[in-house]
Design a protein. Structure first.
Length: 446
């Protein structure tokens, strides 16, 4: 057996062991991830200290961004819940679309909000609406939550200005405008299949026995007068607006412009969320006449349930880094290249295999684009914009226990590992497969 074959076997065994330790042995996910990550690294031939270092770096890289985003986003969500802003938005959506179609409304809201923001940012911004709508309508969190994450995931993987998509655009020398246009044509039906349609089928089959601790924090309803719909929407959209302004500045302003530098600063996800949180103290806190002590209490109360979430997400990032450092991604790419498939299928397959092995959509998309770009350049007739979409679709397939997003969804919705596999993992796989199919159909039309 070759070294690459051994790496692939070890990666498969590591994933199986992780699922069994958590689902069967009832070991805490954080402990299981640490144990399996270090064992995998050593089994793959990494020195013990190198395996520890890779795991540590992976945890730090993930939490350096996500921990701050989750904390600020959860605080903003708590203020929206306590002030009644989340209830106001939820009530308006229910009135506009009706209870039977509110899960479609959530998908479109997520699709729009997710275009300029990172997946994690959009999730923590909008998840309070899921909790509030679920409580007001009696719908399953799954029926409303899966359309949310499907809409966010599609734009995260396929549409610029998300970093991985932009890197793929550069690698394939694609046109950004056409990529966004084609991405919308492919992304909307893909999100519909993986979101509202699949959620409506799977929700009755997933029984959530207990209420998520965060649902209790972020899904509360105000008994006093709720703030107006416009100010509620403006507050939650401030991060989106600031990030859009940052992207627009890149297009219309000179690289040396001081205004562009300012827009870049306030358009950073962490800064944008911070500004939105501070604005909410005024825009929503004033409506309810919250005191400083009350605002401090709200921020403290909502952070407690995030501790376990952040630990598990960080450990998932550590597992991801061990897989990357051990060479699993390189081994996967070698297998895919040997298949001699068409560029679109090759881009999808390489991204999908790297995604399954490493758990990172960004790593999968950027690595696959780098591998396929020179191959595609030697073959005429393949649209570089469609290559971006095919690569993005492949990078979203089969999210499982080595993906930090898997644990984010599991912990926020308080699901078991098997329930998360049946909901989030299947939805992501539908996105990947449907995204490829719609891209191939579009290639025939073009």
């Amino acid at each position: 057996m070759t070294h690459d074959s051994q790496l692939l076997l070890f990666a498969l065994l590591a994933v199986i062991a992780l699922i069994l330790l958590i689902a069967r042995a009832r070991l805490h996910p954080f402990i299981a991830l640490v144990v399996v990550s270090l064992t995998m690294g050593i089994a793959a031939g990494m020195p013990g200290l190198a395996a520890v270092k890779a795991f540590q770096d992976g945890v730090g890289n993930v939490l350096g961004f996500i921990a701050i985003v989750v904390a600020l986003g959860t605080m903003l969500g708590k203020i929206m819940a306590e002030s009644g802003a989340a209830a106001r938005i939820a009530t308006t959506l229910i009135e506009m679309f009706g209870e039977r179609r509110v899960h479609w409304a959530i998908m479109f809201v997520a699709f729009i909000v997710g275009i300029p923001v990172f997946f994690q940012v959009g999730f923590v911004l909008l998840v309070p609406l899921v909790f509030t709508i679920a409580r007001r309508t009696g719908m399953s969190l799954v029926k409303i939550g899966i359309p949310l994450v499907a809409g966010l995931s599609v734009v995260h993987g396929m549409l610029p200005p998300h970093p991985a998509a932009m890197l793929a655009v550069t690698a394939y020398n694609a046109d950004v405008g056409r990529t966004i246009l084609y991405g919308l044509l492919v992304g909307v039906p893909t999100a519909a299949l993986a979101g509202p349609i699949y959620a409506s089928w799977i929700a009755p089959r997933i029984l959530l026995t207990t209420e998520s601790p965060l649902a209790a924090q972020l899904g509360g309803e105000s008994t006093a007068a709720m703030p107006g719909f416009p100010i509620s929407v403006v507050t939650v959209l401030i991060p989106v607006i600031l990030m859009l302004l940052s992207s627009a500045g890149d297009v219309v302003l000179e690289a040396t412009s001081a205004t562009r530098a300012v827009l870049h600063f306030i358009g950073q996800p962490i800064v944008a969320l911070l500004l939105a949180l501070l604005f909410s103290f005024f825009s929503l806190g004033r409506t309810r006449h919250f005191t400083r002590e009350q605002l401090l209490k709200f921020c403290n109360d909502c952070l407690a349930p995030t501790a376990t979430i952040l630990l598990v997400i960080g450990a998932g990032g550590g597992f991801n880094q061990v897989l990357v450092a051990s060479g699993v991604g390189r081994a996967i790419a070698g297998v895919a290249i040997g298949s001699h498939a068409s560029p679109l299928l090759l881009a999808w397959a390489i991204a999908a295999l790297i995604r399954v092995a490493t758990g990172s959509a960004t790593v999968a998309m950027t690595t696959a684009a780098g591998i396929v770009a020179p191959i595609a350049a030697s073959i005429t007739g393949t649209s570089p914009e469609l290559l971006v979409l095919a690569t993005g679709a492949g990078s979203l397939v089969l999210s499982h226990v080595n993906d930090a997003g898997f644990w984010l969804i599991k912990e926020f919705f308080d699901m078991t590992v098997p329930q998360t596999l049946k909901t989030w993992t299947v939805a992501e796989t539908i996105i990947g497969v449907a995204g490829l199919c719609f891209t191939l159909l579009l290639s025939l039309a073009l």
